[in-house]
Design a protein around this ligand. Structure first.
Ligand SMILES: Nc1nc2c(ncn2[C@@H]2O[C@H](COP(=O)(O)OP(=O)(O)OP(=O)(O)O)[C@@H](O)[C@H]2O)c(=O)[nH]1
Ligand SMILES: [Mg+2]
Length: 232
């Protein structure tokens, strides 16, 4: 049996988390870990009510939350999984796409699967023009430097536990997604993309893309992260 755990970073997502967790139920996940990143709302209660395993970190940042989730996988509370899935708590990723995202890793055909919102269907307004441009630019650089064939830096992704150990993830905020892809490409891991749907967040406040300052900070960090990997 292949064991699959999910990690969901969540910051003030009480409004959308119940639906996300409901959507993931009965899809073969052993454990859903919600990482509460210092929420001021009832994210904790929503996560527990949805059957998730909840852990905390007071350090803000998407990457910090994901790293906290990885710590949970390694703390011996359960044996490590074979595959780890990441997705957002805001309802933008579609739980119905889970099977497609994990399939290549489960089948042993890939080490890393990115759910591409560019190849799939993004609801109008779900991806901002700045985000589309940033994704395209980043993917062009990944292609140029490592000949990697990505079209997106989407949050919905699956990676084998073995590959995760090799990746030695470090980024604590916006560089997380691109760090994973750049390192996977640099290490020659088998990477594939599958089309996924992407919706506008269902509730709550945007923390990155919907905010110009957030977008700028994210874009800068993403380019910096690619540069750092390229120099290694
Ligand atoms: N930005 C940010 N997101 C976090 C943090 N901790 C957890 N998250 C979660 O990471 C996911 C992505 O954040 P979003 O605010 O949706 O960012 P985005 O998808 O670029 O932008 P919108 O969907 O337009 O809001 C959500 O599930 C957040 O709740 C954090 O410290 N910062
Ligand atoms: Mg979002």
């Amino acid at each position: 049996m292949i064991v699959i755990d999910a990690i969901i970073p969540a910051l003030d997502e009480e409004g959308s988390l119940p639906k996300v967790l409901q959507g993931l139920a009965h899809r073969g996940l052993r454990r859903v870990i919600v990482v509460d990143n210092g929420s001021k709302d009832r994210t904790y209660a929503a996560a527990r009510a949805g059957g998730a395993d909840v852990v905390f970190t007071s350090e803000r940042g998407y990457g910090a939350a994901c790293l906290r989730g990885l710590e949970r996988l390694a703390d011996g509370s359960l044996p490590p999984p074979d595959v780890v899935v990441f997705l957002d708590a805001d309802g933008a990723d579609a739980p119905e796409d889970l099977a497609a995202v994990i399939f290549p890793v489960v089948a042993g055909l890939a080490d890393l699967v990115i759910g591409s919102r560019v190849k799939g269907e993004a609801e109008p307004g779900a991806l901002t023009p700045v985000q589309r441009f940033g994704n395209a630019l980043s993917c062009a650089l990944l292609r140029l430097i490592w000949d990697a064939e990505f079209t997106d830096l989407g949050p919905f992704r699956a990676v084998s536990f073995r590959a995760l150990a090799q990746l030695q993830m470090q980024d604590r905020d916006f560089g997380w997604t691109v760090e994973m892809q750049a390192k996977a490409a640099r290490l020659g891991l088998r990477c594939v993309e599958v089309p996924v749907q992407y919706r506008r967040r269902r509730a709550g406040r945007s923390k990155i893309a919907g905010d110009l300052r957030g977008s700028f900070a994210a874009g800068t960090k993403i380019l910096f992260t690619i540069g750092k990997e390229a120099l290694r």
